[in-house]
Design a protein around this ligand. Structure first.
Ligand SMILES: Cc1cc2nc3c(=O)[nH]c(=O)nc-3n(C[C@H](O)[C@H](O)[C@H](O)COP(=O)(O)OP(=O)(O)OC[C@H]3O[C@@H](n4cnc5c(N)ncnc54)[C@H](O)[C@@H]3O)c2cc1C
Ligand SMILES: Cc1cc2nc3c(=O)[nH]c(=O)nc-3n(C[C@H](O)[C@H](O)[C@H](O)COP(=O)(O)O)c2cc1C
Ligand code: SF4
Length: 398
């Protein structure tokens, strides 16, 4: 299921053409990602002109590359709407998967500098978005790059995201990076656990650590500055969001029949998990101490798709509410502003609040390899656009 499938405006464009006939020309927008689709829509008479907006932010050379038979090099728009989030925040538009967008003066066409005889042997640990972008860009400049990951598929965290309801766009984002690496001859080795000893034995000229982050479950929140964790957080029924999502993707009933999701991040994950569980008949409540649940979904225009689905599936959405304590499977919680408390039993309480960097490998290697770099969530957990930017920057500078 996709919130906005490719060319989703086609029926509306056709209807507009029926109504206006020859009295006006009809332009169509809406997730047209390639020129072959645009041509089909024109040939079929669906519209008189097709506009590609976000696709040209994701890759301003879409038309040029198509004309030159280089469609395998096109960076496809993943529909993540980070560009729209930036608009909403009144900031310069950039793209979650094209770090050059909005930075054309510095990183525009022709700005990649070939390294020639200064080529290095670079080992990148972590085939998430940060490591893959760094590897692909560095290799395009002439470095010899090996990229390793312990998982058997590349993509890092995006591989989890793409499996959640209506998040198929992340698969497009991964495919872009897989092609970036393949097109530039990166040696990608999957299923490889990189230990400090193994890395030192590779004797690369430079090592780039891009090992990502993990969810924490202390329950520490600015909503309760008086305490460092939720009392009872060590109860067996409490899971961090990363573990909960992985278990639920393997078996949507694995978290039991009653689940409370405690969100303090405002992103999509708690709601994706809620939908996954609700689809399996699980009773789910999402609470957050924030004034508005899922504020990021409002900015990315996901809220009008996601929230009605959740409500229709019986998910309870409760903002301005936080946990007082957990005792076994009994949770006491209530309005952040005071008033009566509620007590209820849950099979699982999911904490979707903070992430912490996986930085141990980086610190274990400090001073032990010739050149060492750290990029992506293992510096500080952030959004996709930030880690892609860091990968691109190092790939251009090394
Ligand atoms: C659940 C979740 C939801 C998110 N939702 C959004 C969203 O909606 N929008 C958005 O913009 N951003 C989102 N993000 C943020 C975005 O996914 C991350 O910022 C991004 O994935 C971080 O990229 P990375 O390459 O730094 O790390 P990761 O994607 O975590 O990749 C790290 C890789 O390193 C590998 N690795 C680690 N240690 C080793 C080792 N010793 N040997 C070999 N391999 C190793 C791991 O297997 C992994 O593949 C979300 C993040 C999470 C966790
Ligand atoms: C960053 C950004 C800015 C936009 N600005 C405008 C605008 O000023 N006026 C407008 O009518 N549409 C604007 N749009 C909407 C697009 O014109 C288009 O209708 C929409 O993005 C859907 O088409 P697409 O799937 O090809 O991106 C904007 C879209 C984006 C992503
Ligand atoms: S931010 Fe997302 S939606 Fe916007 S152009 Fe980039 S990939 Fe497409």
């Amino acid at each position: 299921m996709e919130a906005t499938p490719e060319a989703f405006m086609e029926p509306f464009a056709r209807r507009a053409k029926e109504i206006v006939g020859d009295r006006a020309k009809v332009f169509m927008v809406g997730r047209v990602l390639d020129l072959a689709t645009a041509e089909r829509l024109l040939d079929d008479g669906a519209a008189d002109m097709i506009a590609l907006t976000r696709q040209q932010i994701a890759d301003p050379f879409t038309v040029k590359k198509t004309r030159e038979g280089r469609t395998h090099e096109i960076n496809k728009c993943a529909g993540i709407n980070f560009c729209v989030e930036r608009l909403v925040d009144n900031r310069e538009v950039t793209c979650a998967i094209n770090p050059s967008a909005g930075r054309e003066a510095a990183w525009g066409e022709g700005s990649l500098q070939p390294v020639g005889a200064a080529a290095k042997r670079i080992l990148v640990v972590g085939a998430g978005p940060a490591g893959m972008r760094m590897a692909g860009i560095a290799a395009s400049r002439g470095h010899r790059v090996t990229l390793v990951d312990r998982e058997h598929e590349a993509g890092g965290n995006w591989n989890t995201l793409r499996k959640l309801p209506s998040r198929k766009g992340w698969a497009i984002a991964i495919d872009n990076l897989v092609r970036l690496c393949a097109n530039n001859g990166v040696d990608v080795q999957l299923g490889v656990e990189a230990t400090p000893e193994w890395i030192q034995a590779q004797a690369a000229d430079a090592v780039v650590v891009a090992t990502g982050a993990h969810w924490e479950k202390t329950g520490e929140s600015p909503a309760r500055p008086d305490r460092e964790h939720i009392p009872g957080i060590d109860s067996l029924c409490v899971l961090d969001a990363g573990t909960a999502v992985k278990r639920a993707l393997a078996n949507a009933s694995a978290l039991g029949q009653r689940v409370l999701i405690v969100d303090d991040g405002a992103g999509y994950v708690p709601f994706g998990l809620a939908e996954l569980l609700a689809d399996a008949g699980v009773a789910v409540e999402v609470i957050s101490p924030q004034l508005l649940l899922g504020e990021e979904l409002l900015k990315s225009l996901d809220m009008p798709h996601v929230f009605p689905r959740l409500v229709a599936k019986g998910v309870k959405l409760t903002p301005q509410t936080f946990v007082d304590s957990i005792d076994g499977t009994t949770v006491t919680y209530g309005f952040i502003w005071g008033g009566p408390r509620r007590t209820a039993n849950f099979d699982t309480v999911v904490i979707a609040m903070h992430k912490a960097p996986n930085a141990d490998l980086y610190f274990a290697l400090k001073g032990k390899v010739k050149e060492l770099y750290r990029i992506g969530d293992c510096v500080a957990p952030r959004k996709a656009a930030a880690v892609g930017y860091e990968g691109e920057k190092l790939g251009r500078e090394i």
